[in-house]
Design a protein around this ligand. Structure first.
Ligand code: FAD
Ligand code: DLZ
Ligand code: SF4
Length: 515
C-alpha cells in the first residue's frame, strides 16, 4: 500500500516557491519530480547558455526544495534510465512510488499542455492541473477582456492593469496625469565608459557540471558556455533585480530604444530570463520600481516605461498566445517563403547592424527589444523570410525564449504575419531609423544615405520593395496611406531603382552569396 499522497511535477520554467502545484505540499507525504529530458532540449536548437541556465536553475531549485525537507526525484539528462520525455519520466516515477494523485501547474506552452492532457488515462490516476497564478491575468479573464473590444489595443489593456494593481495610480488617475510617457523616451544613446555594468554570477560547482554536460551533449548548438554568468537561484536573481533598480532604472526610459554596438545591454533590465523561469516575481519587481520612483530615485518616464513592459506587454502577449493557439504559429499573411540565410547562425554579413546583433546574440543569448524588433525582425520581414523559420530561430537563440512569449512577439509584433491581429501596422523601417537610433552605420560597408545601387543600405530598397510587394495586404491600412501616396508620387526611375536594388539583393540572398 502506497504511502505517497501526491506526486508533484515541476517543470523547468516553474522554479517558484509560491507555485500553485506546491500549495499545501507536505514534505512528509508528497514527492516532487523534476527532470531534464532530451525531448525538451531538442524541440528547438536552443542556445547553449539557455539550456545551461535552465538546467542549473532547476538543479539549484531541487537543492533548495530538499533543504526544506522535500523528497525530490531529480532526473539528470545523462542518467542511464532517463526515458527522454516528461510523460516517460512520470510513467517511471508513478510505477516506482504509486502516488495517489499527480499535481502539476499548467504548462506555459501549448505543446506541453497538450502532452499533459492524456496523463489521467495513461496513468489511471487523478491528475490535477492547476492554473499558473504567477500571471496577473488568467487566460479566462483575458478572453473576457477581448470580448468587449473591437480592437485589442495593448494600451487599453495596460490601463486596466494599472487600475487592477494600483501601480503608479493616484486614486483613479494615473500618476503624473498621463498613462504613458513614451514620448519622453525613444532617444539615441552615447557610449558611456562610466555606465555601470550589469552583475555577473560566476558558476559554482553545480553550474560547472551543467556547463560540461551542455558542451558535451550539444557541441553544435549556438554559443559557448564559457560566457556563462547568469544567476541560477532566486537570491542571486534578486541581487540582479536590486542592481537594475539601483543602477539602471533611472536612465531606462531615456535609452530604451537606443542601440550601441559596444554596449549590448545599455540600461535594460536583463531580467526576462529570471522572470520567465520563475526565479523572480513580475509584480514584485514592478513594486520595487514604483518604490524607486516614490522615493525620488528614478524618474516617472523610466518607471512607467518599465512597468508597462511587464504588466502591459508581457501579460498582453501571454493573453494573445492562449487566445490564438493552436494555429497562430502558422500565420503567414504575406506568404513569405524564403529560408533563413546562413548568417543567422554565424553573424557573417556585411550589414553591420545585423551582424552586430547576431554576434551579440551568439555571445550572450541576449539582444534587447529594439535589436530584436527593428534590426533582425525588420530585416526578416522586409526580406520575406518564412515567419515560421524566423519563429524557430528566436525560440532557439534567446535565453528568455519560451513559446508563449516568443511566438506573439515574432509572428504578431515583428513579422506582422497575423495580418494585424496584434499590431495596427507592421514595424517596417528603412536604414534611416537604424541610423538615428544606433551607431551601427558608421562602421558599415553599406551607405545608409544611398537609396539604391550596390553600395546603398539594403534596408532602404527592401523597405519599399516590401511595401509594394505586399500592397494587396497593406494598402487599405489607413496608417500606411501616407506611405503608399509617397510611393505613388515617386518618379518612375526612382521606383525602378528601388525595385531593382531589392531584387538584386534578394537574388544574392537566395544564391547564398555574401550580402
Ligand atoms: P527590458 O527591456 O529591460 O524590459 C523589462 C521587462 O519587460 C523584460 O524583462 C520583460 O519581462 C518585459 N518585456 C518587455 N517587452 C516585452 C514584450 N514585448 N513581451 C513580453 N515581455 C516584455 N521576451 C521574452 O521574454 N522572451 C522572448 O522569447 C522574447 N522574444 C521576442 C522576440 C521579438 C521579435 C521581440 C520584438 C521581442 C521579444 N521579447 C521576448 C520581448 C523583449 O524583447 C524581451 O522581453 C526583452 O528584450 C528582455 O530583456 P530585458 O529583461 O533586458 O528587458
Ligand atoms: C526549455 C527547457 C529545456 C531545454 N529543458 C527542459 C528540461 O529538460 N526539463 C524541463 O522541465 N524543462 C525544460 N525546459 C523548459 C520547458 O520546455 C518548459 O518548462 C515548458 O516548455 C513549459 O511549457
Ligand atoms: Fe544596417 Fe544599413 Fe546602417 Fe549598414 S547602413 S548598419 S545595413 S542600417
Amino acid at each position: 500500500m502506497s504511502t505517497v499522497r501526491n506526486l508533484i511535477f515541476i517543470l523547468g520554467d516553474q522554479l517558484t516557491w509560491s507555485l500553485s502545484s506546491l500549495e499545501a505540499a507536505d514534505p512528509g507525504r508528497d514527492i516532487i519530480l523534476m527532470c531534464e529530458v532530451i525531448e525538451e532540449a531538442t524541440y528547438a536548437h536552443h542556445h547553449k547558455l539557455k539550456m545551461a541556465l535552465i538546467f542549473s536553475a532547476m538543479r539549484h531549485f531541487a537543492i533548495e526544495l530538499r533543504e526544506k525537507g522535500f523528497d525530490v526525484r531529480y532526473v539528470h539528462l545523462d542518467d542511464l534510465d532517463n526515458t527522454g520525455s516528461f510523460t516517460g519520466e512520470l510513467d517511471r516515477t508513478v510505477a516506482a512510488i504509486s502516488p495517489k494523485r499527480i499535481i502539476v501547474t499548467e504548462a506555459s506552452e501549448w505543446r506541453v499542455l497538450q502532452a499533459m492532457k492524456p496523463w489521467k488515462s495513461a496513468f489511471g490516476l487523478p491528475v490535477e492541473i492547476r492554473p499558473d497564478t504567477r500571471f496577473l491575468v488568467s487566460k479566462q479573464d483575458f478572453q473576457t477582456w477581448t470580448q468587449s473590444r473591437r480592437a485589442l489595443t495593448m494600451e487599453y489593456f495596460y490601463r486596466d492593469m494599472r487600475r487592477r494593481t494600483g501601480l503608479l495610480m493616484n486614486g483613479k488617475d494615473p500618476e503624473g496625469g498621463r498613462w504613458n510617457f513614451d514620448a519622453d523616451n525613444r532617444k539615441p544613446a552615447q557610449a558611456d565608459l562610466f555606465r555601470p555594468t550589469h552583475p555577473r554570477f560566476p558558476p559554482d560547482a553545480v553550474t560547472r557540471d551543467v556547463l560540461d554536460l551542455v558542451e558535451r551533449t550539444f557541441p553544435r548548438n549556438m554559443g559557448s558556455t564559457a560566457q556563462f554568468s547568469f544567476a541560477v537561484t532566486r537570491s542571486d536573481a534578486q541581487k540582479a533585480a536590486d542592481a537594475f533598480v539601483r543602477d539602471f532604472l533611472p536612465d531606462f526610459g531615456k535609452t530604451q530604444d537606443a542601440m550601441l554596438k559596444e554596449e549590448p545591454f545599455l540600461n535594460h533590465a536583463l531580467l526576462s530570463f529570471y522572470i520567465n523561469i520563475g526565479l523572480l516575481d513580475p509584480l514584485e519587481i514592478c513594486r520595487m520600481a514604483e518604490r524607486a520612483y516614490r522615493e525620488g530615485h528614478a524618474p516617472l518616464n523610466s518607471v512607467e516605461g518599465f512597468i508597462r513592459q511587464i504588466i502591459g506587454w508581457r501579460e498582453y502577449i501571454r493573453g494573445i498566445y492562449w487566445l490564438k493557439m493552436p494555429g497562430y504559429e502558422k500565420s503567414n499573411i504575406f506568404d513569405a517563403k524564403r529560408p533563413l540565410p546562413d548568417f543567422f547562425w554565424t553573424g557573417e554579413t556585411d550589414m553591420a547592424c545585423v551582424s552586430s546583433v547576431i554576434k551579440q546574440t551568439m555571445k550572450h543569448a541576449y539582444a534587447h527589444h529594439i535589436q530584436r524588433l527593428m534590426v533582425v525582425g525588420n530585416f526578416s520581414m522586409l526580406s520575406g523570410l518564412d515567419p515560421y523559420a524566423v519563429h524557430e530561430w528566436y525560440l532557439a537563440v534567446y535565453a528568455d525564449a519560451f513559446e508563449w512569449v516568443e511566438l506573439p512577439n515574432v509572428i504578431g509584433m515583428s513579422q506582422f504575419a497575423d495580418g494585424g491581429f496584434m499590431s495596427s501596422k507592421p514595424y517596417a523601417a528603412s536604414g534611416a531609423y537604424i541610423a538615428r537610433m544606433s551607431n551601427y552605420c558608421g562602421g558599415c560597408r553599406y551607405d545608409v544615405s544611398k537609396k539604391s545601387g550596390k553600395d546603398a543600405c539594403p534596408f532602404n530598397a527592401l523597405y519599399w520593395d516590401f511595401i509594394v510587394r505586399n500592397a494587396d495586404s497593406l494598402s487599405t491600412n489607413h496608417r500606411l496611406a501616407q506611405i503608399y501616396s509617397s510611393w505613388d508620387r515617386m518618379r518612375p526611375e526612382t521606383r525602378k531603382a528601388y525595385r531593382n536594388s531589392a531584387s538584386t539583393f534578394l537574388k544574392k540572398l537566395d544564391d547564398g552569396e555574401r550580402v
